[in-house]
Design a protein around this ligand. Structure first.
Ligand SMILES: [Zn+2]
Length: 79
């Protein structure tokens, strides 16, 4: 059996922990971007009355249920 020093065990342990944290962080970032993309795709902010509403259709224009204004989906930057 090969001999392993205490420093090597600690270094391997820390590397494994850091790799695990890195992969969890990358996965969380991928899921967060997916959720944000879906939210931006279906939620629209009215440019006239600032009403936030959901429009599941694929149309470029979404009608505000409060004031009736047609809003462009691409203009929504932040919710
Ligand atoms: Zn409106």
């Amino acid at each position: 059996m090969f001999r392993v020093s205490l420093e090597s065990i600690i270094a391997i342990y820390l590397a494994v922990i850091l790799c695990g944290v890195f992969f969890v962080w990358v996965a969380a970032e991928i899921f967060r971007r997916g959720r944000e993309h879906r939210r931006r795709k279906y939620f629209v902010i009215c440019s006239i009355c600032d009403h936030v509403f959901e429009d599941p259709s694929e149309n470029d224009l979404a009608e505000c249920p409060r004031c009736g204004t047609m809003n462009e989906r691409g203009k929504v930057l932040e919710i």
